[in-house]
Design a protein. Structure first.
Length: 265
């Protein structure tokens, strides 16, 4: 009888502990998923990854994110966007005037994740795909000083957004985009009363914040990616734009490219 009572008392704590990659971690304003949060003495780097439109944070823990980040010792945090009516999936507005303060919500997610994992505050990185890539740009625009590096795959800073002081600090930003992407083209795309945003305008904002010259310092044409790099000429921070031949998707090798970028390789 005493054993049963002890077990029942332990159940709420056990259920709470299951919050992770499968079961969402709930906070005020929404939820998130997390993997790689095992306890340890050494602080871990963290990747905050934003899912694309019509997806969820739970869907991202596979492929390169698992092999190149979770299995490599990163805590991976995947915030959930706001619900889509009639679906189980989520969306990111990524622009001013949205129903939820997504930027504030993400900062709250990170604070909550820090209570569950030993995260190095100086090695928190941001990445995302499509609408999630736009969220990566938005976090750089509004709260650049909180993060050590960024990677956007197939996303740009959406409009309307206040860009009077954007990004708010020099950034280390990697943009990966497909030449054949017609879902989120380089020039952006108008949708009802908003615009996906121009990739060229986003890169201009980053160059201005970093005090970089207009043309790249180096150009590298590789087998899979063609990259233009602004680094040596910048007053601070760095920018890299890598193009591939594919369309709207996450190209093979993007996680290796992103992790090398974050770690300064």
């Amino acid at each position: 009888m005493k054993y049963l009572a002890a077990l029942l008392l332990a159940l709420p704590t056990f259920a709470f502990a299951q919050c992770g990659s499968d079961a969402p971690c709930e906070i005020n304003g929404g939820s998130y998923h997390m993997a790689g949060a095992e306890t340890g003495s050494d602080p871990k780097p963290a990747l905050v990854f934003f899912h694309g439109h019509n997806a969820t944070g739970q869907m991202i823990f596979r492929g390169g994110i698992k092999s190149d980040f979770t299995d490599a010792g990163y805590v991976v945090i995947a915030p959930n966007g706001t619900p889509i009516d009639g679906r189980q999936t989520r969306r990111w507005s990524g622009r001013d005037g949205s129903t939820r303060d997504d930027v504030g919500f993400v900062l709250d997610v990170i604070q909550d994740a820090k209570t569950k994992a030993n995260i190095d505050p100086d090695r928190i990185y941001v990445a995302g795909f499509s609408a999630g890539g736009s969220m990566a740009w938005l976090m750089a625009c509004k709260e650049a000083e909180h993060f050590a590096g960024y990677a956007s795959i197939s996303g740009a800073l959406r409009e309307p957004n206040d860009t009077s002081d954007c990004p708010t600090a020099p950034v280390r930003f990697l943009q990966i985009h497909g030449f054949a992407d017609n879902q989120v083209p380089f020039e952006g795309r108008a949708i009802r009363d908003w615009h996906q945003g121009s990739l060229w305008d986003s890169l201009d904002l980053a160059r201005a914040a970093n005090q970089c010259r207009t043309h790249p310092d180096t150009i590298d044409i590789g087998e899979r990616f063609r990259c233009r790099d602004w680094n040596a000429s910048c007053g601070n921070g760095a920018i890299k734009f890598c193009e591939h031949d594919g369309g709207h998707g996450m190209p093979r090798g993007w996680t290796t490219l992103a992790r090398d970028w974050f770690e300064g390789a």
